[in-house]
Every structure is written in structure tokens, then in C-alpha cells.
Design a protein around this ligand. Structure first.
Ligand code: V47
Ligand code: SF4
Length: 384
């Protein structure tokens, strides 16, 4: 008797709803699902159903492997010219005495602190400071590379870059080329929020729009710089807005293949202008991860960013299609602790991350930024 995949076949057989059954069959055959299918999954797909399909899909791509990396962040400033209503972190320029502005030397001290330690990536992200310009950040990139050439620099959201390039009167391609020459190797996924113009107007009215965000990422891909993509969910958006957002990313990925991973970011309600909305439930979080895995069929990697979600919920997401947990972080980011995350001091050792992954029956794999495998932790061995 044939046993493989019997679990998923049984789920498909038992599904009463004809539309969901057809979607599940497409997924089983490895076919792409449509926008309409995606919306139906949000409307009708119960957690156990979408979770089983997502886990099946992730297993098909990655077996039991779950990735993490060893990284730290530099957040040069939280002073920002923009007024995103979900942001708990930024301070306007006129209130900059309440925020921080790191000097070049302070940032280089942070880099030097990791001398001799096996970190592979620095993630640079912060507010959009009117006085920290392209020249300043190119100098920082050059200094980091001169000090530690092997450290991968992933930095600056499309929002920060759009502002810097405009001020420098450079095209996106010229600006990115200049930063690449200075040492920038990839872009993080921030600033995407929700692409729909009406929702964007409501939550982040004054920063780069969807087309501007997509253009920066497409241009980076053209220059052989991989990037990530995020989606901020759990506020005013509808299921259709989520699918529209993911669909635009899926289309760009079809065109360029330049995205490394997709990172859903749960709206956290602590201490910002949208706090009255509260937060959506854990069941909704897990359904969203699962449906992202099913809809984003050309994104190999789905990341649960544990400082935002909390480590236990991030661990749970590994059974709902997620195959990447980001990194060790070492308490170097404030964005989520200031927004009320349970992770007030976000740091995990490599052993902590490996234990978290093993506890759900998966195999921890250290990766670099481009998802090359650096070490598979097959047994119970400890990290260096
Ligand atoms: O764009 C800000 C989000 C993003 C809140 O590429 C919030 O590997 C929830 O993009 N609730 C910046 N989210 C961080 C980011 C990121 C993080 C980790 C890894 C990567 C990567 C990228 O943080 C912003 C915004 O979407 N954000 N405030 C909040 N209250
Ligand atoms: Fe500024 Fe980014 Fe906060 Fe928006 S999310 S206010 S761009 S720091």
C-alpha cells in the first residue's frame, strides 16, 4: 500500500468545500494558486488545513531544515522626517533630544565589538535623518569593509534610500551603484508595509509609495544585489490588500528572481498612533504565515522575525511553513521592543536558536545572507 504523503492526501479527500479542495489539489501538484484562491484561503481556510498544506510545501522545498544566521544590527538613529502612524520608534527632528544619533566612531565601535566573533552579517537600518546623507553612509560602508571585509553588509530600506538619493539628486540606479561600490551588498525588506495606496495613505502617508519601493528593489536585483521583502499586517488591511501586496511581490520575483526571502511583520501596538487598534490573534498570525507560504510560490524562504513575534510564536510558525528565523541579533535592535514586543532584550545564542529549532523536530542550519549553508547541526553538537 502506498504511504508517502498519505496525510496530505487524506486532508484533500476529506475537504468538503469544493473551492478549498481544488486549491489544495493545485498545491499538491505544485501549481501556482491565483489571487482569488489566496483570498478564499484567508476567508475559509482553517488553521489546521492551511497549516498542513504549508508544512507540506515547506518540507518539499527544504525537508526538515530551518535556517538562521549570526548577525547584529546597527540603528544609526531613530530621528525620522516621516510620520508613519504605526511606528513607536521614531522621533521627529524637532524632538531629536529624545532620540539617538550615532556618530561614525560609535558605529565603528559596534563593528569592532564583534572582532574575532563568528558573525556573518551586519543589518543597518534606522530612521530617515535629514542630516545623515549618502556621503555619510558611503563612508560608513567603506569603513566597515576596510575593517572587516568578510562581513556582509545588508542595509537601508527603500524608504531610507529613496530619501537619500533624492537629496543627492541621483537616480535610483546611480545611487545604488554608488552604495554598492562603497560596500553595500544587499537590502533588507523594510518600508513595504502594505502597497495599497489607500491603506498606505492611512498608515504611512508621506514616505515612498509602492511603485517607488518596487523600483528600488528591481534596480538592486539588476545590479546583482539580493533584497528581502516585508509586509506589515494586522491593522486596517483586508485579506484582499494582503493578497494584492503579495501578488505584486510575486510578479517582481518572477521577473528578477532577486528576493531572498519574504518576512511578514505583525503590527505591534505598543506606544504609537494606532495603539487603539490592538493586535490580531496568534491563530491569525499562523494562518497568515501558512497562506504566505502557499501564495508566494517563487519565494524559497519565509522568515519569522523572532524579535517581533516573540521566540515562542516564531518557534510555532516553523510548523506553518516558515523555514527561517533570522539571527542571533545580540540585543542590537530597538524597533520591536519599543513597540511592545515580549522580546525586550532581543538576543539569542546559536545554541538557543538550535534548541528552539530542534524542539519542533527540525534541523538547524546556519546560513549566510544569500542562504548558502554554512553548517548543518545534525546532532546535538554545540556551536563554536
Ligand atoms: O518597515 C515598524 C516595521 C520595519 C512597527 O530584511 C513595525 O531581514 C510592527 O523591515 N509593528 C523595519 N512592525 C524592519 C524590517 C526588517 C526587520 C527584520 C529583518 C528584516 C530583513 C527587515 O519594521 C518597518 C515596519 O514595517 N515596523 N514599527 C510596529 N509597531
Ligand atoms: Fe521613520 Fe521608518 Fe518609523 Fe516610518 S517606520 S517613521 S520611515 S523610522
Amino acid at each position: 500500500m502506498q504511504q508517502p504523503n498519505s496525510g496530505i492526501e487524506a486532508i484533500i479527500d476529506q475537504t468538503q468545500d469544493q473551492q478549498l479542495k481544488t486549491i489544495a489539489q493545485k498545491i499538491y501538484r505544485g501549481e501556482r494558486i491565483s489571487e482569488e484562491d489566496g483570498i478564499a484561503l484567508f476567508e475559509k481556510g482553517e488553521l489546521a488545513f492551511v497549516g498542513a498544506l504549508a508544512n507540506f510545501t515547506a518540507q518539499r522545498l527544504h525537508g526538515n531544515k530551518v535556517y538562521f544566521n549570526r548577525n547584529f544590527h546597527i540603528e544609526p538613529t531613530n530621528v525620522c522626517v516621516f510620520t508613519c502612524h504605526f511606528c513607536s520608534y521614531s522621533r521627529l527632528y524637532k524632538h531629536r533630544d529624545e532620540g539617538w544619533e550615532l556618530s561614525m566612531e560609535q558605529m565603528m565601535d559596534m563593528v569592532r565589538k564583534y572582532d574575532g566573533q563568528p558573525v556573518t552579517e551586519v543589518h543597518i537600518v534606522g530612521g530617515v535623518h535629514p542630516k545623515m546623507n549618502l556621503e555619510f553612509f558611503c563612508e560608513l560602508l567603506q569603513k566597515i569593509k576596510a575593517h572587516r571585509p568578510d562581513l556582509h553588509i545588508k542595509g537601508f530600506t527603500a524608504v531610507e534610500l529613496d530619501y537619500m538619493f533624492r537629496k543627492a539628486k541621483l537616480s535610483v540606479e546611480e545611487g545604488l551603484q554608488k552604495m554598492k561600490e562603497a560596500g553595500l551588498q544587499s537590502l533588507p525588506g523594510g518600508g513595504a508595509e502594505i502597497f495599497d495606496a489607500e491603506i498606505r495613505e492611512k498608515i504611512c502617508p508621506d514616505k515612498v509609495d509602492a511603485d517607488g519601493w518596487l523600483l528600488i528593489h528591481e534596480t538592486a536585483h539588476k545590479l546583482d544585489m539580493p533584497t528581502n521583502a516585508t509586509m506589515l499586517y494586522g491593522h486596517y488591511e483586508t485579506y484582499a490588500h494582503r493578497i494584492d501586496h503579495m501578488s505584486r511581490l510575486r510578479a517582481l520575483q518572477d521577473k528578477t528572481g532577486g528576493f531572498n526571502c519574504f518576512i511578514p511583520l505583525k503590527y505591534r501596538s505598543g506606544d504609537n498612533d494606532m495603539s487603539h487598534l490592538g493586535e490580531i490573534s496568534l491563530v491569525e498570525d499562523m494562518r497568515l504565515y501558512a497562506i504566505s507560504r502557499l501564495f508566494m510560490d517563487n519565494f524559497r524562504n519565509l522568515k519569522a522575525y523572532w524579535p517581533m513575534l516573540g521566540r515562542q510564536n516564531a518557534q510555532l510558525s516553523l510548523s506553518f511553513g516558515v523555514n527561517d528565523l533570522d539571527g542571533t541579533i545580540d540585543d542590537t535592535t530597538r524597533i520591536y521592543s519599543m513597540a511592545g514586543s515580549e522580546e525586550q532584550i532581543p538576543t539569542m545564542s546559536t545554541d538557543d536558536l538550535c534548541d528552539l529549532i530542534r524542539m519542533v523536530g527540525k534541523v538547524p542550519v546556519e546560513r549566510d545572507t544569500r542562504y548558502n549553508e554554512l553548517k548543518v547541526y545534525e546532532g546535538a553538537e554545540q556551536a563554536l
